[in-house]
Structures are given as structure tokens and as C-alpha cells.
Design a protein around this ligand. Sequence first.
Ligand SMILES: [Zn+2]
Length: 248
Amino acid sequence: MYLLYLDESGTQSDARHFVLAGVAIHEHSVYWATEQLNRLQEQYFPLADGEGVQFHATLLRGNPSHPIAGPLGSLVPATRHDILAQLYEIVQGMYGRLFAVVIEKAGLAGADDPYERALEEILYRFDRFLSRMHRDNNRRNKGLVVIADSQDRNKLERASQQFLTGGTRRGKVHNIQDIPFFTRSRNSRPLQIADLVANTVYGRYEHGYATQFDRLLPKFDQIRNGPVHGLVHLPAEPAPCYQPCCRP
Ligand SMILES: [Zn+2]
């Protein structure tokens, strides 16, 4: 079984983009990813106990005008950036594929909800990834989706039910048999990786920060020598975009 861990970015009203993104990992790799982040915690917070330290990309980057709450706030910026660099290394070394949907909010029709629209797209892409693996490698895997707890949970559960039974606008979904499960990022190390991916993709499209995004780019699901199937960009205008998301 593959688990797709997802988190969102760009929900604030002044954000031009909404991003839903994360990582699909095989059930056997969940332990590896969890261990890697636990070790990072041991390295930087040897005295932490109980619930543990949640690695949150926005807090690790920091904002000079806001104090950082919680254990990450006790670190100097250089240390926080070291942790970020190590997190990127973990993602690069991870056996898994990344997925992201980037929506320019201005392009959505009035009633369309960016989160529902992104979820529809990502469920379909994840399903295609599972079908492709079955076809190319004869490995049959089912998929399960885990999402960082959201105030939109009820709405997203209803929408997912519809996509899984009635299909998406791109086609039917065959390999995902249950609606997404929601849990707090604090409880799940892979969800903290999804947070890093969503934050990085948002930074690229909203602000043009390319360095870290470019490091992650090879990890997005891609058809051999073909398009980057795991990175979807829904621009507001049919203006040319020269990023890998829109390359034919
Ligand atoms: Zn694009």
C-alpha cells in the first residue's frame, strides 16, 4: 500500500496561490521517514520528551517580525536553517514520490473551492501513479490518503466521497478505496514532510524562491522521459508558463 500524506499552503486571503502538496510513500518506508525525523529531533533537542518537537517549515524559516512559539523558537536562525537543510536532504534521499497542485485563485470560477479542486486533481494523479506502477512493474498497490487536520475537514470528506464514487473531472479513481483520513501534523512525521513540500512549492509560485524547490523537483512523480505528472499548475490565464509544471 502507498500512503499519500498531504498538507496545504496559501489559505490566507492575501495569497494569490493555493497549494496542496505532499509525499507518497510505500507503507514499508513510513518507518524510515519517521525515524529520520526522530533522529533530527534527538540531535537538536536531546532533552525533548512527551509529544516531541514538530518540524514546521514556516517556523523553521522564521519571520523577523514574529517571535517563534514553542521549542523551535529557542534556536538561533542559523540552527533552524541547518535543520531545514537536513529536512531537504531527507526528502531527497527518501524512497517516495512528491505531488503538488498549485492553483491561482483568481482563475477559479466563483463557486469553486480551491481546496476541493486541488484534492480532486491530486486524488486523480495519485490514482494514476498507482495504476502506472501496476502496469509497468506489475506491482499492485492500493492507496490511502492522510491529510493534516483542517477546518475544512467535513467539506473535504464529502467532496472525496463524491470523487471516489462518481469519479473526477479527469476520470475515475480505481486504487483509492476509502476517503482521506485527517490527523494533526504533530502526530505524524510524514505529515511534517508534506508541510515542507507544500511550503516549498508555495514559496516558488507565490514568491519565486527557486533554490529549494529545484532540489525537490526530481522527486515529483514523472512518467519516464515524459511530463512531470505529479506537479500540476492551474494558472488563472492561459498565459505561457515555462516551468516544468506546464511543459508539454
Ligand atoms: Zn505552470
